[in-house]
Every structure is written in C-alpha cells, then in structure tokens.
Design a protein around this ligand. Structure first.
Ligand SMILES: *[C@@H]1O[C@H](CO)[C@@H](O)[C@H](O)[C@H]1NC(C)=O
Ligand SMILES: *[C@@H]1O[C@H](CO)[C@@H](O)[C@H](O)[C@H]1NC(C)=O
Ligand SMILES: *[C@@H]1O[C@H](CO)[C@@H](O)[C@H](O)[C@H]1NC(C)=O
Ligand SMILES: *[C@@H]1O[C@H](CO)[C@@H](O)[C@H](O)[C@H]1NC(C)=O
Ligand SMILES: *[C@@H]1O[C@H](CO)[C@@H](O)[C@H](O)[C@H]1NC(C)=O
Ligand SMILES: *[C@@H]1O[C@H](CO)[C@@H](O)[C@H](O)[C@H]1NC(C)=O
Ligand SMILES: *[C@@H]1O[C@H](CO)[C@@H](O)[C@H](O)[C@H]1NC(C)=O
Ligand SMILES: *[C@@H]1O[C@H](CO)[C@@H](O)[C@H](O)[C@H]1NC(C)=O
Ligand SMILES: *[C@@H]1O[C@H](CO)[C@@H](O)[C@H](O)[C@H]1NC(C)=O
Length: 363
C-alpha cells in the first residue's frame, strides 16, 4: 500500500538523484565545492579519479537512501497512489543504476590511464637517474683524464726547462770569451783593437813595416799576419791588420780584397798619411806616385813579397810558403825605393836567410 505523503517523498528523492547524475554527466569543465558533495560540478572528461570516487560515493549513499525510502514507502503504501507512478519511478531508478555502472567504467578507464601515466613517469625518472649516474661517472673519468694530462704536461714542462737550462749553460760556456753586457769595452776586451776601430768607417788603407827585419821563416800567412797585428808600430784606429805577401797561388797580394776584405776604393798611404797610391788597383798597376821608402814606410833596402810585379804569386820564390830561413831557398823581394815597373813588389830574388822588411797594411 502507498500513502500520498510517501509517494511525494519518493518523487522528491528522484529529483535530487537526477540532479546529482546530471552534475556527474556535465560537460568537461569541473569545479568542486568540497563542502557539499551534492553541488559538485564534474566534467567526466576532466574529473580526477579521486573526484569521481567521491562523487560515486555520494551517489551510492543517495541511492541507498532512496532504496531505503522506497522500502519505507512500500511498507507505508498509500492505496491511492497509482501503480503507473510507481512503475515509472522503478524504471527511472533502473536507468539511474545503468548510468552509475557507465560512470564506474569511465572511472576504471581513467584509473587505468592514470596508472599508465604514473608507470611511464616512473620509467622516465628511472632512465633519467641512470643517465645522471652515467654523466657523473663520465665526468669523473674526464676529470681524472684531465688531471693525468696536466701532470704529464707539468712533467714535460719540467723536462723541457731542464733541457733548456742545459742548453743555456752550454751556450754560456761556449761564449765565455765574448763580451757581455756590463763588460768594459777597451783594447783589452777587443783583442788589442781600440774601441774606435770598431765604429770608425775606414777612410784609407795604411802601410807600415814591422819594427824588425826578419828571415824568410815568417810562419806562413798566419804567422806573418799575427806579427803585423801585434806589432808595436801598428797604427791605431784600424780594425784589421795583414801582411802584404803572396803565399800561394790562391793567397796572393792581388787577392787580398777578396780574401780579407781590404777596401779597394780607399787611398793607400803611410801610417802618417803620406800618399802612396790612389787606390788598390793603382798600387798594383806597376807604378806608384810615391815609393814605399819615399812615403816613410820602411828604410830597409828589401821587403819580402813573394809576388810578381802585379801582386800575383812568384812560384818558387816564397821561402817554402814563408816557412824557411834556409840559404838554399829563395824568396821574392820588392825594392821599397822603386816606384815603377812593379819593382816595389818584385825587385829581387834573395836567399831566405837574408833579413828583409815585412810590409803590413791596416784598414
Ligand atoms: C493516501 O492517499 C490519498 C489520496 O491521495 C490520501 O487522501 C490519503 O490521506 C493517503 N493516506 C495516508 C495514510 O497518507
Ligand atoms: C568552465 O568553468 C569556468 C569557471 O567556472 C568558466 O569560466 C568557463 O566558462 C567554463 N567553461 C565551460 C566550457 O563551461
Ligand atoms: C524508514 O522508516 C523508519 C520507521 O518509520 C524510519 O525510522 C526511517 O528513518 C525511514 N527511512 C527513510 C529513509 O525515510
Ligand atoms: C585504481 O587502480 C588501482 C590499481 O589497479 C587500484 O588499487 C585502485 O583502487 C583503483 N582506484 C579506483 C578509484 O578505482
Ligand atoms: C658517457 O660516456 C659514454 C662512452 O664514452 C657515452 O656513450 C655516453 O653517452 C656518456 N654518457 C653521458 C651521459 O654523457
Ligand atoms: C709529453 O711528452 C711525451 C713524449 O715527449 C709526449 O708523447 C706527450 O704527448 C707529452 N704530453 C703532453 C701533455 O704534452
Ligand atoms: C754564465 O756564465 C757566467 C760567467 O761565466 C756566470 O756568472 C753565470 O751564472 C752563467 N749563467 C748560467 C745561466 O749558467
Ligand atoms: C822599367 O822597364 C823598362 C822596360 O821594361 C826599362 O826600360 C826601364 O829601365 C825599367 N826601369 C827601371 C827603373 O828599372
Ligand atoms: C824570382 O824567381 C822566380 C822563380 O824562379 C821567377 O819566376 C821570378 O821571375 C824571379 N824574380 C826576379 C825578380 O828575378
């Protein structure tokens, strides 16, 4: 039996449930009023699992209440209620139950998606962790390798510096005879040449004779040059000193500009400056404006030359390369008083035990 009041109560309950269902099935734009489950606005596409769970719980509670109310209504049935109204209500409740089942299926699907996302996230985090560990290991390895490289570089640099120091000391030792910054610059440090001789551009070639006459064993080119360089009468202010001698077919008076740098463009004078020839070629052309003796170069009657009249090599007349003082050897000598026919270079052949002047030139 149905009473009218219990019938209208059932209708009210149905309206409430219908409102809840419509909220659950609302378009995908969810807002939540956490204080009242019945006022939730849930978009199924956007609802979270937890929101849907809450909504379902509320719906289930309302359904249970509805069923209880129905049961109560049945027991208090008002015989005036129509069977049609009751049948309609039962049908609506069945439809509602179907919708709840569908909702549960969506929740399950959403839950599955969430689980998948969560699993994917966990996998991504694990992969990231592995990468980070590898990066850390790689970094450690790179740092260790850099450190080893630096140590090797340091060792190499030390070895290089030690080697350089060795070289430096060797150079230092090999140049110990050279002038150093701070050394005094004087004739003692310049091998007997006054400092002016290093900086002055020569303006003439000067002739002078050794202080003593000598036999033919002059010590070859080197010995004769040394005698010229160390002679007390050597004019000051000239860097170079050489003996005016032909020594061999290749080391002749005529070759002295090429071999020893004698200037060919300067006037030739005595040490005191008396003119002898206009230049090198003028001295070798056979005649002189002034003889050696006339210019005050020597007072000796003969001077060792070993030369032809034009300054070449008088083969067989060189006291065995200016090494012999034998009476059995012969040496070419000039006549210092002569100024023509090249006789001042090639005047006589005399025995090597004779005493003759050695004429030197400075430039
Ligand atoms: C049952 O329904 C009728 C008609 O609507 C009403 O007059 C009556 O009072 C109801 N009975 C009870 C017990 O509610
Ligand atoms: C979703 O809700 C927000 C805030 O209530 C509202 O501004 C917006 O218009 C809604 N969007 C839809 C598609 O209903
Ligand atoms: C059902 O009826 C009982 C007894 O009258 C009452 O205590 C209970 O609250 C009723 N329940 C509902 C949902 O109306
Ligand atoms: C979602 O799935 C997990 C695991 O499958 C389960 O433990 C959990 O109860 C589910 N949540 C809901 C709201 O269905
Ligand atoms: C670490 O080094 C290995 C081999 O050198 C390389 O294959 C890998 O990509 C590196 N990992 C990172 C994170 O740099
Ligand atoms: C150090 O020297 C060795 C041999 O001289 C060479 O093979 C190596 O590359 C050098 N290392 C560095 C870092 O210069
Ligand atoms: C080089 O030699 C000088 C003197 O001979 C000495 O005083 C100096 O210390 C040496 N230098 C080196 C680097 O050996
Ligand atoms: C120079 O040589 C010529 C001819 O060769 C000769 O007539 C002359 O007398 C010589 N002069 C001297 C000073 O020897
Ligand atoms: C000196 O002797 C050499 C070699 O015998 C000879 O060629 C030269 O003409 C001689 N010189 C003089 C001036 O006699």
């Amino acid at each position: 039996m149905y009473t009218r009041s219990s019938h209208s109560c059932l209708l009210q309950l149905f309206l409430v449930l219908a409102a809840v269902i419509s909220e659950l099935l609302a378009p995908p734009n969810a807002t939540v009023d956490p204080l009242d489950p019945t006022t939730q606005h849930i978009g199924c596409g956007l609802a979270t699992v937890s929101q849907l769970g809450t909504a379902l719980a509320a719906l289930e509670a309302k359904l249970a209440a509805a069923i209880r109310g129905l049961s109560n209504a049945t027991t208090q049935a008002n015989t005036t209620a129509t069977d049609a109204a009751f049948a309609q209500l039962t049908q609506d409740l069945a439809a509602l139950t179907g919708q709840v089942d569908a909702l549960e299926a969506s929740v399950a699907a959403l839950n599955a998606t969430t689980q998948q996302v969560s699993a994917d996230t966990a996998a991504a985090i694990a992969a990231l962790k592995v990468s980070l560990q590898q990066l850390a290991a790689n970094t450690t390895a790179a740092v260790a390798s850099l450190k080893a490289g630096l140590q090797q570089l340091q060792a190499n640099a030390s070895a290089g510096i030690a080697e350089l120091m060795g070289d430096l000391q060797a150079v230092n030792a090999s140049t110990s005879g050279l002038l150093r910054v701070g050394d005094a610059i004087d004739a003692a440090t310049l091998g007997g040449v006054a400092p002016a001789g290093y900086v002055r551009v020569p303006t003439r070639v000067a002739l002078y004779a050794l202080g003593a006459t000598l036999q033919g064993n002059l010590g070859g080119r080197a010995g004769a040059d040394r005698s010229c360089q160390s002679d007390a009468g050597r004019p000051a202010g000239f860097l170079n000193a050489r003996a005016l001698l032909s020594v061999s077919s290749t080391d002749t008076i005529a070759a002295m500009p090429t071999l020893y740098g004698v200037p060919t463009n300067l006037p030739i004078t005595s040490a005191a400056g008396a003119p002898i020839a206009a230049n090198w070629a003028d001295m070798l052309d056979g005649s002189l404006p002034a003889s050696f003796a006339g210019a005050g170069v020597t007072t000796s009657a003969v001077s060792w030359t070993g030369a032809t009249s034009s300054g070449g090599y008088a083969q067989g007349a060189d006291c065995a390369g200016w090494s012999s003082a034998s009476s059995g050897a012969s040496g070419g000598a000039g006549d210092p008083t002569a100024s023509s026919n090249g006789s001042y270079l090639s005047g006589f052949n005399i025995t090597c035990d004779s005493l003759a002047a050695v004429i030197c030139l400075v430039f």
